[in-house]
Design a protein around this ligand. Structure first.
Ligand code: ADP
Length: 179
């Protein structure tokens, strides 16, 4: 199994690509997005601003992903994924969150990137319940690695103990089914 759970700051990881939990403007925000922009330096915001808008103010619709270089980060690339805002679970939140993982993995494969690290997309300001988000992250990444060779290293990054435990629990539940 090439899926790791790691607790810490995603901006420190020397992987091929780190995923950002961005918003649709791609023009910066708080949480992990703010941390990634601070660590990457101002060129990251310039690169995001150059990405075309698909409609006014929207560079990346919810559930989609856009790529930029990593600039001053140890990671070579940043994939900006926009997770859903949690409402009540009946507004396509699981599918939209799953798309963030699947589209990021697909883009990594297309770009031949071998290691990828994800933050807990939607689990901060966007309010997604941790266990439900962890279930989506684990099921999508496990399904990917069962059927694809690249990327071969997938890191699920937890910024705190609660998220770390949620990932461990969901992996433990999912693994007997894939064994
Ligand atoms: P969203 O708007 O998608 O909810 P947030 O950035 O608010 O995005 O939170 C997403 C997750 O990223 C949360 O679990 C938060 O604890 C985590 N996080 C915040 N800073 C970092 C960081 N430097 N490294 C890894 N994860 C982080």
């Amino acid at each position: 199994m090439n899926i790791e759970v790691w607790q810490g700051d995603i901006t420190t990881l020397a992987v091929d690509v780190i995923v950002n939990a961005a918003n649709e403007t791609l023009l910066g925000g708080g949480g992990v997005d703010g941390a990634i922009h601070r660590a990457a330096g101002p060129q990251l915001l310039e690169a995001c601003a150059r990405l075309p808008e698909v409609r006014p103010g929207v560079r990346c619709p919810t559930g989609e992903v856009r790529a930029t270089p990593g600039f001053r980060l140890p990671a070579q690339h940043v994939f900006h994924a926009v997770g859903p805002v949690w409402r009540d679970g009946t507004h396509h939140e699981p599918e939209l969150l799953a798309n963030c993982y699947w589209q990021s993995l697909r883009l990594a494969e297309q770009m031949d990137l071998h290691s990828i690290a994800f933050p807990a997309i939607s689990c901060g300001i966007y309010g997604y319940p941790l266990q439900l988000a962890a279930r989506v992250a684990v099921s999508e990444t496990l399904a990917w690695e069962k059927s694809h060779k690249v990327p071969r290293r997938i890191v699920l990054v937890a910024f705190n103990e609660a998220m770390y435990k949620a990932y461990q629990q969901q992996l433990a539940q999912a693994l007997p089914q894939v064994a």
